[in-house]
Design a protein around this ligand. Structure first.
Ligand SMILES: [Zn+2]
Length: 245
């Protein structure tokens, strides 16, 4: 997994924050890396060679706790147990790491317990909130966490496509020019199209600073980005592109 240099440096120098929100397709992999970095006993965490790193990645480290709801969401009861556990000092490591898979399924009571723990809990405790959709977490939790995206390869490719699409729009490409691109989009799923459009929007926003006429295209992009929440296909996108070119 390709990591951001700043994050890599922070891990190496044991300067990680104590609450992260991890999103993107490869978020579990990123959580494993962060957990290893937090408990690592080597020189440049995560060394991936020390016993702590190995235990963390094999999910058998006593100071790395995972809460993974099985379909029905995380119960406040489980979060209360977590809170009690957080006040017990780590067994082997300097830190204790809580990985909350699908944290968007936590009810508000559970989220508020965790919020208090982030704010007032022991300094050795670190919390990794994993979610495909950060919007579903309480804003108070989001504002306390540093957000890290772990896009999968497909999403990275989709982001590249987002740049291409923005270029087509800004250069007023002809429909014939865009056709092969549109056909290739058929393979992209909803999440990938959302990532693609996010990149297109970012590029167009940048271009609008120089050329305010691009704002009209951005206005028409909003509803189609909102539609990504529900259901969107390459066909919808093709219709939209035809309307703005
Ligand atoms: Zn290590």
């Amino acid at each position: 997994m390709q990591l951001d240099q700043t994050l890599q440096a922070r891990m190496n120098h044991r300067r990680l924050a104590h609450a992260y929100l991890l999103t993107g397709r490869d978020r579990r992999e990123l959580a494993d890396t962060l957990a290893a970095a937090l408990v690592c006993t080597g020189d440049a965490p995560p060394c991936m060679a020390c016993t702590a790193c190995r235990k963390a990645t094999q999910n058998i480290h006593p100071d790395v706790v995972r809460l993974d709801p099985d379909g029905e969401g995380l119960k406040a009861e489980a979060v209360r147990d977590l809170r009690a556990d957080a006040y017990i000092r780590p067994n082997e490591a300097q830190r204790k790491v809580y990985i909350l898979c699908h944290s968007e399924l936590l009810n508000p009571t559970g989220q508020n317990i965790l919020l208090k723990l982030i704010e007032e809990g022991p300094a050795y405790a670190a919390f990794l909130f994993l979610t495909p959709n950060p919007e579903l977490l309480l804003p108070t939790i989001r504002s306390r966490c540093e957000t890290l995206r772990a896009p999968g390869e497909e999403e990275q490719a989709a982001t590249e496509d987002g740049k291409i699409l923005a270029d087509y729009i800004l250069n007023r490409a002809s429909p014939a020019e865009t056709l092969p691109f549109l056909v290739a989009l058929e393979k992209r799923d909803r999440g990938e199209i959302a990532a693609l459009l996010a990149e297109t929007a970012a590029r167009l926003t940048e271009a609008a600073k120089e050329n305010p006429s691009v704002l009209a295209v951005l206005d028409r992009l909003d509803p189609i980005r909102a539609a990504c929440e529900f259901n969107i296909s390459a066909g919808h996108l093709a219709g939209w592109i035809a309307s703005v070119l």
